[in-house]
Design a protein around this ligand. Structure first.
Ligand SMILES: *Cc1c(COP(=O)(O)O)cnc(C)c1O
Length: 247
């Protein structure tokens, strides 16, 4: 490695380390406020749009969980970082024609939201001989008839998918995922949205006690998610910097 590259790398490492420290402090404070043990919340760093080199730096700095939202980008990064023993989370909308690729590197799928996707994931996982942890993605705006056709399930639809998940070989129903809604009655009130998510999680756990993972909270609202009871927060820009453009 040239002198210049080494300097750039050291600078980037220091930047990410400082950001990670700030995010860690935010999570610790939120846990303290909520009377929760810090160990009950897992940080997942969302690495989309950032290079594999950053993933490597994150691993050096102790991050074990990373997330991506696009298969093509994720597949390449996961391959470049296959020596790092990271846990890869797929958090983007998932088309069935991408499932075979995603099942190859992802350990956790956060965006399961329809029966067809469950069967496709199960077939792919069986073919690859891997077990996949699956989160059902909740969309609260769908409960009020909004949501503009994007993915996600209402609370009732979550419970309807449980029997199929139970029967699906190589899939484990691990819990729920949500992004705070941008339309509908919960807009601008992340705390209420995350409380509603916890209600849905409670009813899910009544029928499936092991499905206790709750993936909620991002750079802007992780405190609300931790206060409500999230077990996993997905943080991108607060760790790696603001992404060049929305995607
Ligand atoms: C990009 C993304 C995040 C991280 O968002 P930040 O605001 O950068 O923290 C979390 N969850 C999902 C589903 C994402 O696509």
């Amino acid at each position: 490695m040239s002198q210049l590259t080494t300097e750039c790398r050291d600078e980037r490492r220091a930047e990410i380390a400082a950001n990670l420290e700030r995010v860690e402090a935010r999570i610790a404070d939120a846990c303290a406020q909520a009377g929760r043990d810090r160990a009950t919340v897992t940080l997942i760093v969302v690495t989309k749009t950032y290079p594999a080199d950053d993933v490597r730096l994150l691993a050096e700095l102790g991050v074990r969980n990373v997330a991506e939202n696009r298969d093509q980008e994720a597949a390449q990064k996961a391959a470049e970082c296959s020596d790092l023993a990271l846990r890869w989370h797929f958090v983007g909308q998932l088309q069935t024609n991408k499932v075979r690729s995603v099942a190859d590197y992802a350990d956790v799928i956060h965006s399961v939201d329809r029966p067809k996707l469950v069967s496709a994931l199960s077939s792919a996982a069986q073919r690859q001989g891997r077990e996949l942890d699956c989160l059902l993605q909740v969309a609260l705006d769908k409960e009020s008839g909004e949501g503009g056709g994007r993915g996600g399930l209402t609370g009732a639809e979550v419970l309807e998918l449980v029997p199929q998940m139970r029967e699906a070989p190589q899939l484990r129903l691990a819990g729920l995922m949500m992004v705070a809604p941008l339309t509908g009655p919960y807009t601008g009130d992340p705390r209420a949205a995350f409380d509603r998510l916890m209600d849905i999680s409670q009813s899910l756990r009544t029928v499936e006690p092991a499905a206790n993972m709750v993936s909620a909270g991002m750079s802007s609202d992780l405190e609300y998610a931790v206060a409500a009871g999230a077990t996993h927060v997905r943080v991108g820009s607060a760790v790696l910097g603001v992404r060049p453009q929305l995607r």
